[in-house]
Design a binder for this molecule. Structure first.
Ligand code: F6P
Length: 320
């Protein structure tokens, strides 16, 4: 009987469990045995496996995190680690691998597929949404809503105290999370790595807002856009404003996945299992509009994903 292995790798994202559930149940419906790999690629190197079936994945669609656990595995960036992982696929008669994770995970998937010849398919799951060839990733919608709920709360106290708040959000080196959250939150200023800014210009924007009657402002800052603490201190000092910093941090990685993240996970799982059943490896699944697509997995990192700057200019127009 053919066997599929499924793993979650890299940073966790809400909806990974929904994807695991979809892969297990759909693979079983196509007469595959399924084995879960614990702790990402390190679990493959150490043969840390768990047999999975439809019952194993009951009651997890609504849970954040990943039941398989995940760690970042530096060994998988070495020839020895890739070779060991490849050997273990063959030793355990694994006919296909589905990796649920971000771009780092996809590099490992590509290397594993190349080394072993076993089809490996990537499912994009990261709160950063920084993977090319897909409009969005599992977990991104959930993280946007988690950060948005937090910022709505922060705005209450910012308004009450007539303060400027710098809110730092995740996103690694990109601004996808910050831009979506900032637009949804009605932030006065959004700072993303893709658009350099001058503090003087930012302060002038705040002063103009104050002249127009704004007594408080929210600045959403991507963690890759600069030092949020220094910026907050600079604003307080230069403008004699009460300025505060709120770093949202790891709450953006957890929580119950939204419907959108769960539905995306189900659709990606279906497409990934189908690709494996056809022996089509070194692929990633993605979504374009409402269509699920598949692309060569190496394009995920070879072509940087573009930030939609029309959303950036819309946010600026609305923040008057
Ligand atoms: O890739 C997801 C992410 O949360 C990034 O937004 C963030 O910069 C990074 O992971 C944090 O990495 P770690 O979980 O290893 O601290």
């Amino acid at each position: 009987m053919r066997k599929i292995a499924v793993a979650t790798t890299g940073g966790d994202a809400p909806g990974m469990n929904a994807a695991i559930r979809a892969v297990v149940r759909l693979a079983e419906s196509m007469d595959f045995n399924v084995v879960g790999i614990h702790r990402g690629y390190c679990g493959l190197i150490e043969e840390d496996f768990e047999e999975l079936n439809a019952r194993s994945v009951s009651g997890i669609i609504n849970l954040g995190g990943t039941i398989l656990r995940t760690i970042r595995c530096p060994e998988m960036e070495t020839p020895e680690g890739i070779s060991k992982a490849s050997e273990n696929l063959k030793k355990n008669h694994i006919d296909g691998v589905i990796v649920i994770g971000g771009d780092g995970s996809f590099r490992g998937a590509w290397a594993l597929n190349k080394e072993s010849g076993v089809p490996v398919v990537g499912i994009p799951a990261t709160i950063d949404n920084d993977i090319n060839n897909t409009d969005t990733t599992i977990g991104f919608d959930t993280a946007v809503n988690t950060a948005l709920n937090a910022i709505d709360k922060i705005r209450d106290t910012a308004t009450s105290h007539e303060r400027v708040f710098v809110v730092e959000v995740m996103g690694r080196k990109r601004g996808f999370l910050a831009l979506s959250v900032g637009l949804a939150a009605g932030a006065e200023i959004i700072l993303v790595p893709e658009v350099p800014f001058l503090v003087d210009d930012l302060e002038q924007t705040l002063e103009e807002g104050r002249r127009k009657g704004k007594h408080s402002s929210i600045i959403v800052m991507a963690e890759g856009a600069g030092d949020s603490r220094l910026l907050t201190e600079r604003i307080a000092k230069d403008l004699n404003y009460e300025a505060r910093l709120s770093v949202l941090g790891y709450m953006q990685r957890g929580g119950n996945p939204t419907a959108a993240s769960r539905i995306l996970a189900n659709r990606f799982g279906e497409s990934a299992v189908q690709l494996i059943s056809e022996g089509k490896g070194a692929k990633m699944v993605g979504v374009e509009g409402n269509n699920i697509i598949s692309k060569p997995i190496n394009q995920a990192w070879e072509t940087p994903k573009k930030l939609d700057l029309s959303l950036y200019s819309l946010a600026n127009k609305l923040a008057v």
